[in-house]
Each structure stands twice: as C-alpha cells, then as structure tokens.
Design a protein around this ligand. Structure first.
Ligand code: ADP
Length: 195
C-alpha cells in the first residue's frame, strides 16, 4: 500500500502518518523531517534548504524528488510507504508516479486532510507554546508571518493535487478537524476499503 497524505501545514499529516506506521508497519517518508535532519546535521543539502524553509517557501522539486528516489529503493519500502508532505507540487506527483511505476508499483490512495485556516493558525500557536513549555525550541517556520506564507504556498502549489488525484480516481477527503482518534479511524476505514 502506497499512500499519499496531504493537506495544509498543521493539518495533522505527521500525527496520522506516525499512527499508521505503528499500526501497519508502513514507513513514514516525510520530506519535511528529512530536510530538518539535513539542516541539523549541517550537510550541504541542509545549508541549501535552510533559508528557504525558514521563509516557508518550497525547496526545489529536484531536491525533494532526489531524496525520495533514494529512500524508495530501501528494503523497508518494499511493502509500500506513507508519503507525508510529498508530493507538494504537480511536478513532484508526476515524478512520484514515474518512480513507483519503474518499480512496478503505484499510489493506491491519496488522502486530503481538510482543515480551516483559523484552526491551522490556532494549532500552530499551540504547537509553539507547547514546545516552549517543554523546553524545546519551536520550529523556525512556525511564526505567524511564515505560517501565512506556508498557507499561501499550499493553496497555490499543493491544492492542485486534489484535482490530480481525483482524475486518477484515487482521492479521498477526510475531515482533519475531528479529534485525532476519529481522523485515524476514518483513514483506517479508507485503507481497509482500498486493500
Ligand atoms: P508542514 O506540513 O507543517 O508545512 P513539513 O515538515 O512537511 O511541514 O515541511 C516544512 C518545510 O519543508 C516546507 O515549508 C518546505 O519548505 C520544506 N518541504 C518539505 N517537503 C517539501 C516538498 N515536498 N517540496 C518542497 N519543499 C518541501
């Protein structure tokens, strides 16, 4: 099962992907996590991406397609994977289709997590407060201005994936404003239906 989870920043993709990894053993391929790890490790890739991510803009398609291509060949992805935060553009979605195709695989399901902007803004503010309370540094891109840009970037570049996957007959939409366990239940039902 190859599953794409997409939705605006703060929609809960990472939370749901982690639950799915625990429940189904599918690896979570989060380009955001991979890029943050590259920044933390101060690799050349991390240095290249840092300023772009702080602004809330998208890293180039070539970079993220490259890191996903590398990961997809890994043995843990043989039985499928959960794509979290990738694809984020039509070019990335097309590249992912080609990559999977070359491995004799395909995307089985693309789930859009739908959440209103007001809720996303409140969640981001909460995440910052929680991280500070826990003694951790908040994410550099969780400021109100950057969040506004991340939302704009989402609607401009990523929302077209809705039509892309709908045209392929693979799109499902889940209410991402329901409580976490309920969202997880809805996703589980869709996966069981698609299996
Ligand atoms: P969120 O979904 O909360 O915005 P992510 O962790 O998925 O957070 O991504 C954080 C940032 O990493 C993005 O704003 C972007 O700069 C970069 N990024 C992550 N995935 C991609 C991608 N597929 N294409 C381009 N940039 C990406």
């Amino acid at each position: 099962m190859n599953l794409v989870l997409f939705g605006p920043p703060g929609a809960g993709k990472g939370t749901q992907a982690k639950l799915l990894t625990e429940q189904r053993g599918l690896p979570q391929l989060s380009t955001g996590d991979m890029l943050r790890a590259a920044i933390a490790a101060e690799t050349a890739l991390g240095l290249e991406c840092k300023a772009i991510m702080v602004r809330g803009d998208l890293v180039s398609d070539a970079i993220v397609i490259g890191i996903i291509a590398e990961r997809l060949g890994g043995p843990d992805c043989a039985g499928g994977a959960i794509f979290d935060g990738f694809p984020r553009t039509i070019a990335q979605a097309e590249a992912l289709d080609r990559l999977l195709n070359s491995l004799g695989k395909q995307i089985d399901l693309a789930i859009e997590l739908k959440v209103n902007d007001e809720v996303l803004i409140a969640r981001s503010e909460n995440r910052v407060k929680e991280m500070i309370a826990a003694g951790q540094a908040p994410r550099a891109d969780d400021t109100p201005e950057t969040l506004r840009n991340r939302l704009d970037v989402y609607y401009r570049n990523t929302a077209p994936l809705i039509a892309y996957y709908r045209n392929q007959g693979k799109l499902e939409t889940v209410d991402g404003m329901a409580p976490i366990p309920e969202v997880a239940k809805s996703i589980a039902a869709l996966l069981d239906g698609a299996a």
